[in-house]
Design a protein around this ligand. Structure first.
Ligand SMILES: Cc1cc2nc3c(=O)[nH]c(=O)nc-3n(C[C@H](O)[C@H](O)[C@H](O)COP(=O)(O)OP(=O)(O)OC[C@H]3O[C@@H](n4cnc5c(N)ncnc54)[C@H](O)[C@@H]3O)c2cc1C
Length: 502
């Protein structure tokens, strides 16, 4: 049984590795020269920079990466942060800095110190909701893609609802009301929440529905870890797992078109790059997985309409820099500016890490949300000027956190939505998935074709490296069930897993 996976992002690679491990003949086609997409790590002038994602979680006992290590027989090269260790510091408009340490008790202490007792109730609510949600969320097939998933949803959801009966009204209300409902009136605390939620749910505390907000704020307590040598280490390990289990990875292979016949996809047309530029190939398969946004997938289907990114979808402006090690003030590996101007997220992972470049230098990245519309329709000169203005704007923000960066940086590189479009092929450079305003925002992996599935941050459970890995697990299970094959991760059941064959 042949499977073609389009795209070697973390979502595509997770699905590919699990299907290869289940015995399917898997080929991953990636247009770029290395894996990871928005969570890749690239070389430039002897240093390794993260293309997008920098902050990683999901290494607790029930975490997705622990599960994948067990299932795939690989080890992700990470250093897990321990309770009490600072994960992130958030710089507030009034000059205070709030630390976000690993571990709830440490966090509560830091919050009380920064905002006083008025935030205790908020954090008690957050903990209650997050703990309830994590019990349900792992492997939740939502919205169900088929009858099999609907059954799973009921099997998982019913006992959970009974267990949480006393609080069910509140839980359901939190599916609809915004996170802000639970926050005390303190405007600085609200600013802290807005800044934190924007990076996790792509909208602020007024926009993020409360249940998602509670889970997103739990990040420091979901076993965060520093990937050695950059975030790309996760995708590289998954790529290795694909190969260990007999699959293959084909870089510089850009899928340009799907061949469709009788309502099924039967092949992909591929444009080759590098030394084989100009050549084309056609690859046939039984199952196809697209690690693509809905619009990017639609563009591969002949005559199909191409939905644009959502109006509230974001792009990212990324600033990569190399600075002398001694320039970085001591503190957490991740720092967020939540004061005036743009909220800026600075990542300083890998202190003294030899895997990032020569000793004595530190690689850092800073990301800021930017509206996609700003970058559309610019002339070549207009684009360069806009990029330059943004680079200056972000550098000014980073200087607040790292004084002297402008004068002492060895190099500074800017990345715009156009850069993301160029390297990851994402439509308009849209990143971050759907802003989490309500629970029905992120669709299921289904497509109009029974043998084509989507994976990645635009299917449930949405964006972030652990979330797309969970989405990858979900899609692998769906494919195996459709084929009537047992999912090796699950106890072998005597009956076939699926009655819904295509
Ligand atoms: C600036 C930024 C910061 C972020 N920070 C964090 C963070 O700190 N922590 C976190 O957990 N998450 C973070 N994220 C989100 C995280 O990176 C993404 O949610 C996740 O990596 C998306 O994975 P994906 O599986 O959807 O695939 P993508 O990353 O979109 O990868 C898709 C792959 O498909 C390839 N491809 C596309 N079209 C084709 C084609 N036609 N043919 C062949 N190949 C193709 C692309 O080259 C790419 O490699 C961040 C994202 C950005 C942009």
């Amino acid at each position: 049984m042949k499977v073609v996976v389009i795209g070697a992002g973390v979502g595509g690679l997770t699905t590919a590795a699990l299907l290869a491990q289940a015995g399917l003949e898997v080929s991953v086609l990636e247009h770029h020269t290395y894996p990871g997409g928005s969570a890749g790590t690239f070389w430039h002038r002897g240093f390794r920079f993260d293309a997008g994602a920098t902050l990683l979680a999901g290494f607790d006992e029930e975490g997705v990466f622990t599960r994948l290590e067990r299932r795939l027989g690989v080890r992700f090269p990470v250093r897990k942060l321990t309770p009490g260790e600072p994960l992130m510091e958030v710089w507030l408009p009034d000059g205070r800095v709030v630390m976000r340490p690993v571990g709830r008790a440490f966090e509560l202490e830091a919050q009380r110190e920064a905002f006083g007792k008025s935030v205790q109730g908020f954090w008690a609510w957050q903990e209650r909701r997050a703990l309830a949600l994590w019990k349900l969320a792992q492997g939740l097939p939502f919205p169900p893609a088929d009858v099999q998933e609907l059954r799973q949803l009921v099997r998982k959801g019913l006992p959970w609802a009974l267990e949480n009966l006393a609080d069910l009204g509140g839980l359901l209300a939190d599916l609809l009301r915004p996170t802000l409902t639970h926050a005390p009136a303190d405007p600085i605390f609200r600013r802290f929440l807005d800044a934190q939620l924007l990076i996790a749910s792509q909208t602020d505390a007024r926009g993020t529905y409360a249940l998602f907000g509670a889970a997103a704020l739990d990040l420091p307590h979901r076993s965060p870890a520093l990937p050695e040598g950059g975030m790309g280490a996760i995708a590289e390990t998954l790529a290795e797992a694909v190969q260990i289990h007999g699959g293959r990875l084909l870089y510089r292979h850009r899928v340009e078109r799907l061949r469709v016949r009788n309502g099924r996809v039967e092949a992909v047309e591929v444009a080759l790059g590098g030394r084989r530029r100009g050549e084309r190939e056609v690859l046939e398969a039984d199952v196809f997985i697209a690690n693509l946004t809905p619009g990017d997938l639609a563009a591969l289907i002949p005559d199909g309409p191409q939905p644009p990114p959502p109006a509230d979808g974001w792009g990212a402006f990324m600033l990569h820099a190399v600075v002398p090690e001694g320039l970085i003030p001591p503190g957490a590996p991740y720092r967020q500016w939540a004061g005036e101007g743009d909220w800026t997220f600075v990542s300083l992972a890998d202190a003294g890490g030899p895997l990032r470049g020569p000793a004595g230098w530190r690689v850092l990245s800073a990301s800021v949300h930017t509206r996609l519309a700003e970058w559309r329709g610019l002339s070549k000169e207009g684009y360069q000027a806009h990029k330059q203005a943004w680079q200056e704007r972000v550098l000014r923000q980073v200087e607040r956190l790292i004084p002297g960066i402008r004068e002492s940086a060895l190099l500074v590189l800017g990345g715009t939505p156009r850069t993301y479009h160029f390297y990851t092929r994402r439509q308009d450079g849209w990143v971050g998935g759907y802003p989490q305003r309500h629970p029905f925002r992120t669709p299921s992996p289904r497509t109009p074709f029974p043998n084509l599935w989507r994976v990645g941050e635009t299917i449930f459970p949405g964006q972030s490296v652990p979330a797309v890995a969970m989405g990858g697990e979900r899609v692998a299970a769906l494919v195996l069930a459709r084929l009537g094959l047992a999912n090796p991760s699950e106890p072998q059941s005597p009956a076939p897993l699926s009655s819904t064959q295509p």
